[in-house]
Ligand binder design. Structure first.
Ligand code: ATP
Length: 212
């Protein structure tokens, strides 16, 4: 029997005030794969990731994890979400933020906040308040949080935003390592960015047609 996909969406739609944002979409992603979600500004990439993270309720369709429907709580344990905003407490330092988030969501075996900061190039910034970090450093801190997460599915919304070339390579190395460790990732891009050098599927979202 075929192994079920790590994550599968069937007929997934999202509408706001009866206006379709995306869908119906059918796609899946397996262990060791990345799904690149591409589309123009406003095509619904962030909305799709928020639906998959359980932050928004789909208008129709279903999401399965390992071949079965999952509750919102199960979904929350299964995914780690990197959004546009850093989701960190600005008046705590970087290390305090990571310890707090590990307490909330758990932690990957053998990974500690201090070494996650080193992985993302923030060694020496352990005592820096988040509000004093640059945009790229905040992004790196958010990536450290992903690195520590025990969740197998990463939902990465524009992970390359605000990063220098070394940061872009860092994202690709992190995604590759996560996939080699048995994880999977959904990555939104506008199509112009570097894509991770891993086994990749593509999902193209289109803007809704406007009646003439
Ligand atoms: N909170 C909201 N309330 C109302 N409309 C929203 C909200 N968030 C997004 N939208 C609308 O939903 C549509 C899809 O937005 P979304 O952010 O998912 O697009 P995107 O593909 O991620 O865009 P971008 O590439 O610019 O980040 C857009 O038309 C946007 O205006």
């Amino acid at each position: 029997m075929d192994t079920p996909a790590l994550l599968a969406a069937h007929g997934l739609c999202f509408s706001r005030d009866d206006e379709r944002v995306f869908g119906p979409l059918d796609f899946h992603v397996d262990t060791g794969e990345a799904l690149l979600v591409q589309g123009d500004n406003g095509a619904g990439k962030t909305t799709l990731l928020r639906v998959l993270a359980g932050l928004l309720r789909p208008s129709a369709g279903r999401v399965e994890i390992d071949g079965r429907a999952a509750s919102t709580a199960e979904r929350a344990r299964f995914v780690a979400y990197l959004g546009h905003l850093p989701a960190m407490k600005p008046d705590l330092d970087t290390l305090q933020n990571l310890h707090f988030l590990c307490g909330l969501h758990g932690r990957r075996a053998r990974q500690m906040p201090g070494n996650a900061l080193a992985v993302v190039g923030l060694a020496g910034h352990e005592d820096t308040l988040v509000r004093h970090l640059s945009a790229g450093q905040k992004r790196r801190l958010a990536l450290a949080r992903m690195w520590l997460s025990p969740a197998p599915l990463w939902l990465l919304d524009e992970p390359y935003a605000n990063l220098d070339l070394e940061g872009i390579n860092l994202v690709n190395r992190m995604i590759s390592a996560h996939l080699r460790g048995g994880g999977a990732a959904l990555v939104t891009t506008h199509g112009a960015y570097a894509a991770p050098p891993v086994r990749t599927r593509q999902l193209q979202l289109a803007l809704p047609q406007v009646a003439a």
